[in-house]
Design a protein around this ligand. Structure first.
Ligand code: BTN
Length: 337
């Protein structure tokens, strides 16, 4: 009981942003005694929350600890389309899986699942995905867009745009780019990834799960060896203040809500001018893997429909989905960087 009362008290105090609330009204609000409220407040103080006792006025808490915890996440959600409801876990198999389970049982558009640790985190193309406990921001959103099935995968472009715009709050714009289709790089290394999964029913979209992982803090030494060279960590790249996971989540939700709204009304075409700001692939030599084949050539441009145009030795080719690797030679497997 005290555990959940503590969460409820914490969420309420955080929502009031320092405005004091009396022990009596907290007790009334949660249907408990004032002694129980006092115990919950003491427990929060022991955890390091600076809950002030203001004589005659009650308890006040100005600052969150900026951790991924149910009450902190719930308190920052505005009640708008995104994050109106949330489930936050210390550990889960995969936030994408949990979001899908929630969607199957009625989870609404904008419901959010976040976790400090994933035991079976998933990446694109069936890969496993590593996230550092408490240092990688890992979350998934349930979406229920009324979008034609053929357009659904492009939601990932809205998410990539929102990610780049979010990271630009702390990182120099020139250091950031979106590597088509949806990796966000800082100084050429991957800082964030997106996994979009959808379920169709009767030829229409039932729900979409948008999963996002962002390397916010942490040490390269804790990463699996295969990504230590290619991963970027926001804390290392930030020009000044380095944000906590909750601040990054808060910023992303705002940016994504905006980008998703534009996409729903105008499709990718409407987002493209903003995407172009982060698209720095033109002229680069790439290998594009997809559909069991590999295309090698120089990137020409990104089409208005979100496709990638590659200039190969056989002429221009348009790619609608795939995985891009930088190439330093024209051999498909040669000189990957
Ligand atoms: C990629 O770059 O391959 C995509 C990575 C997506 C990782 C996130 S972490 C939160 C969500 N849950 C998952 O299992 N995967 C996504």
């Amino acid at each position: 009981m005290i555990g959940s009362l503590r969460e409820e008290v914490l969420e309420l105090l955080l929502r009031r942003k320092g405005e004091p609330v009396s022990g009596e009204s907290l007790a009334d609000n949660f249907g408990v005694t004032r002694a129980a409220v006092w115990k919950a407040i003491e427990a929060l103080r022991q955890e390091g929350y600076e809950v002030k006792s203001l004589p005659g006025r009650g308890y006040g808490l100005h600052a969150p600890k900026n951790t991924l915890r149910q009450a902190e996440v719930a308190a920052l959600l505005s009640g708008g389309r995104f994050g109106g409801r949330c489930r936050v876990f210390d550990e889960i198999d995969s936030t994408n899986r949990e979001a899908a389970r929630w969607a199957e049982t009625g989870g609404e558009e904008g419901s959010l699942v976040a976790a400090k640790f994933q035991t079976a985190g998933r990446g694109r193309l069936g890969r496993a995905w590593f996230g550092g406990e408490g240092s990688t921001l890992m979350f998934s959103l349930i979406l229920r867009p009324k979008t034609p099935v053929a357009e659904v995968s492009k939601i990932t472009y809205a998410a990539a745009l929102a990610l780049a715009e979010t990271l630009s709050l702390w990182v120099k714009e020139e250091a950031l780019e979106i590597k088509w289709p949806n990796d966000v790089l800082i100084n050429g290394r991957k800082a964030a990834g997106i996994l979009l999964e959808s379920r169709l029913e009767g030829g229409a979209v039932d729900y979409v799960v948008l999963g996002v992982g962002i390397n916010v803090k942490g040490s390269r030494a804790d990463m699996p060896p295969e990504i230590t060279r290619t991963a970027a960590i926001l804390e290392e790249e930030a020009t000044g203040y380095a944000p906590g996971v909750l601040e990054v989540l808060d910023a992303f939700l705002g940016k994504f809500e905006e980008a998703y709204g534009i996409f729903l009304h105008g499709g990718f075409e409407a987002l493209k001018p903003r995407w172009d700001r982060w698209f720095r692939m033109a002229g680069k030599l790439v290998n594009v893997y997809g559909g069991g084949t590999v295309l090698t050539g120089r990137v020409n441009e990104m089409g208005g429909d979100g496709s990638l145009v590659i200039l190969t030795d056989q002429g221009p080719r348009t790619v609608h989905a795939g995985d891009v690797e930088w190439a330093t030679t024209k051999e498909p497997d040669g000189g990957k960087v």
